[in-house]
Design a protein around this ligand. Structure first.
Ligand code: CA
Length: 245
């Protein structure tokens, strides 16, 4: 049975666009255009995931999230306005599993949905701290801790939005963080500059792939050079990859 996703978005065109993409991916989809009906639907039916816009009529997305959390643990990805940092922070505090900033590249949304369903979806075996047998193998870079990606002594913590190397904290901009997250989530997979650009910057930057080289340079200067490692590898003519060994 394919996962069933509730889209809560009052911008009709955006909701329709996301709905079509999700249907195309094989998900089952319901839609709500205001906070109150979203909450009713989310309480009534067991969705595998909810995409929740924050700015909604009737009841804000944040309020929907708070009320929903009292009785259910349905994973929620928030759709936030650009640079609404407070929304992101309070959203994650309120229990959202992830957020995505509008306007977003659909590939990024789909990737986050896949990750969220894999981590929090129904029927998943949860690996306890002892590493329960029979648990699904996590992606190479993932530890058993939720939302933490690792490479050697590097640790990227998605909920905390923090990066450390051997315990030393590394200060990254949002885009550097996103870039590193995407490379770690796709460990051992070479990502083209186009793919990285779309995932990191969204559609509006399409064509300017040298932006990616700039971010790689920044990341290398903050991580590779400081900690004397060779983390981000260039694959000539193709793109970039972080290799697990
Ligand atoms: Ca809205």
């Amino acid at each position: 049975m394919e996962a069933c996703i509730l889209i809560v978005e009052d911008e009709e065109k955006l909701a329709r666009f996301v709905e079509l993409e999700l249907l195309h991916e094989g998900y089952r989809v319901d839609k709500a255009a205001d906070g109150r009906s979203a909450l009713d639907m989310a309480l009534e039916k067991d969705y595998d995931l909810i995409l929740l816009d924050i700015m909604l009529p009737e009841l804000s997305g944040m309020e929907v999230l708070r009320r929903l959390q009292k009785s259910k643990d349905t994973p929620v990805i928030l759709l936030t306005a650009r640079d609404a940092v407070m929304d992101k922070v309070s959203g994650l505090d309120a229990g959202a599993v992830d957020y995505i900033t509008k306007p977003f590249a659909i590939e990024e949304l789909l990737a986050r949905i896949r990750v969220a369903l894999k981590r929090y979806g129904h029927g998943q075996v949860t690996a306890g701290p002892s590493g329960a047998t029979g648990a699904k193998d996590p992606a190479p870079a993932e530890s058993h801790e939720e939302g933490v990606l690792r490479w050697k002594d590097l640790e990227l913590n998605i909920p905390r939005h923090s990066v450390t190397y051997g315990g030393h904290s590394i200060d990254l901009t949002n885009r550097e963080f996103e870039m590193l997250r995407i490379l770690l989530e796709n460990m051992d997979i070479v990502l083209s500059r186009d793919t990285l650009l779309e995932k990191v910057c969204g559609y509006e930057y399409l064509g300017e792939t040298n932006v990616i080289d700039v971010y790689v340079r920044y990341l290398r200067s903050k991580i590779d050079e400081v900690f004397d490692v060779h983390m981000i590898q260039t694959v000539r003519g193709v793109g970039y990859v972080i290799k697990s060994n």
